[in-house]
Write a protein that binds this ligand. Sequence first.
Ligand code: SF4
Ligand code: SF4
Length: 110
Amino acid sequence: MTSSDELRKRREQEAIRIRTSLNRLRGEQRAAIKGGETTVAFVEERLCIGCDQCTIVCDDDAIEMYKVAMASPLIQVESNQKAKILRADCTGCRLCVLACPTDAITMIDR
Ligand code: SF4
Ligand code: SF4
């Protein structure tokens, strides 16, 4: 029978294996996204859910949120927001692309 100590060790090993695998995947994903000074981030408004994750990771203060009306009158919220890239401040680092949960941000040529 498996002891709780053995189970804990197996869990820890499995957590390390999953973390390593995810980190490798993120690295590959990041390498596949173009970036750098010749590129700038672009937000597709339709896909943006206003979650603010991109503004948190952007070290260059190149993203600001703006308020929009809700598309459906059935949902009542005080304010609905979307992200906008400030092109002049964007350094093309791609962090926002990786942080966005809805794939609303892509890198485009300047
Ligand atoms: S690419 Fe980098 S600098 Fe540009 S908006 Fe995204 S996080 Fe900010
Ligand atoms: S992370 Fe994506 S969905 Fe969230 S506010 Fe930024 S662009 Fe919109």
